[in-house]
Design a protein. Structure first.
Length: 117
């Protein structure tokens, strides 16, 4: 099992910045990816950004150039720096851990990000 604890959501004005954190604990081993997905009201959950255990990153087109994913291996923590936030970024953001060899997803509880003036 893998446990994920998120923090850093909140209310921000358009053009502002937020940083999300996700700390992982438990059976963290092998080849995996960690990242962030989001779900807005009435919409499906979508990928925001991921980073693999090898350091490869992937971003949704909608956030490229504005969001940056990074990790601290010593703390088993992944960060999502979100800049130039837009109202359409408003959603619940979920941390995800994906183990490749078993194709298993683990999810955090979600953190609300609201971009509004």
């Amino acid at each position: 099992q893998v446990q994920l604890v998120e923090s850093g959501g909140g209310l921000v004005q358009p053009g502002g910045s937020l940083r999300l954190s996700c700390a992982a604990s438990g059976n963290i081993f092998g080849i995996y990816a960690m990242g962030w997905y989001r779900q807005a009201p009435g919409k499906q959950r979508e990928l925001v950004a991921t980073i693999t255990s090898g350091g490869t990153t992937n971003y949704a087109d909608a956030v490229k150039g504005r969001f940056t994913i990074s990790r601290d291996n010593a703390k088993n923590t992944v960060y999502l720096q979100m800049n130039s936030l837009k109202p359409e970024d408003t959603a619940v953001y979920y941390c995800n851990y994906f183990r490749f060899n078993t194709a298993t997803h683990y999810w955090g509880q979600g953190t609300q990000v609201t971009v509004s003036s």
